[in-house]
Design a protein around this ligand. Sequence first.
Ligand SMILES: C[S@@+](CC[C@H](N)C(=O)[O-])C[C@H]1O[C@@H](n2cnc3c(N)ncnc32)[C@H](O)[C@@H]1O
Length: 377
Amino acid sequence: MTNYTPLGVYVHWPYCARICPYCDFNIYKNQTIDAARWIEVLTHDLEHWAAQTPNRKLASLYFGGGTPSLAPLGVIDAVIRACEQLWGFAPDPEITIEANPTDAEQLHFEALAGAGVTRLSLGVQSLRDDALAFLGRDHDAASAKRSIETAQRVFNRTTFDLIYARPGQTLDAWRAELSQALDFGARHLSLYQLTIEPGTAFAKAVSAGRWAPAGEDLCADQFDLAQEMTAAAGLPAYEISNHAAPGEHSQHNLIYWNYHDYIGVGPGAHGRLNIDGRRLATEAAKAPADYLVEGADGYATEELDDAAQLVERLTMGLRLTDGVTLYADDYFYADEARTERLDALIADGLVTLDCGRLRATANGRRVLNAVLFELLR
Ligand SMILES: C[S@@+](CC[C@H](N)C(=O)[O-])C[C@H]1O[C@@H](n2cnc3c(N)ncnc32)[C@H](O)[C@@H]1O
């Protein structure tokens, strides 16, 4: 019997043309690629996970990175073919690839579309040259704008990322930049507040006092402005950082946020699967060289107990405007003190519980970490 609980596959391509000073993803400087070896290991990996997820169709396939738009087309094509053969796609599947504006060649995008990619996610980051220089990007505003137009010409579904709450960025400057972004008629946008991640060049610069991150109040004002402007443009927030017109939500990311099942292949990729009633967390070998040797044999797998699952379910689900379902027999209610804390959060107007749906309010989403701490401590 076919199990239609949404299942997605995430493929991590770990290479980038350059390492951005803010980025702490599992990434490495681009190098000569043995495409045949990558195809062999990724395909074997997918076979490994397909054997454990029989009778399921794929709702989504997501190539993330790093910069998967740098991957040899043969690798992208082989992975899509393997997914078709091993699971088959559910009707109207979403096949997304992340790309950098520097790779936004019309022919390349057409070749990706020809291989089966249905959605393109562009790492634009900013539409201002000074901000792009600060963020260490190897593209300028003009090429960013061209890449958006090229993507929109080739793909029915596109999205692009912007990083805001940058040091020195005023509310007016953010309003002007976001208005420019909305003028492209985007139907999906990811708007990320700059975070200073440990171990990055930005973290070193901040701790050396070279510059200071934007203040919390300004960040909150810029967040509120983003909510207002995107809603007014017809792509309201459906998640803390993600905004979409109806029907344009990222199906793949919704699998994460709704705590459904996903398979992660590629160096350092994570997965979450329900197998034989157990919730498994999986992680592939992190270093590309190890991954290419170990492949499917190099996975760390851990069974998640009820408490661990609740932490993940709420942490992911409350990011969604639509929140998360609490079932009558939910482990959430196993702790009476938690129910009392929930009542206090409801009284403070930070969350609502309606027909078993727990949602963070607009005020709650501004202080989501504090809300989660209260619910999960
Ligand atoms: C996997 S990255 C995309 C990689 C793609 N190669 C690129 O650079 O465009 C996903 C997105 O996370 C966001 N991101 C990464 N590090 C961040 C940080 N420290 N603060 C805010 N956003 C960040 C960026 O917007 C980036 O496009």
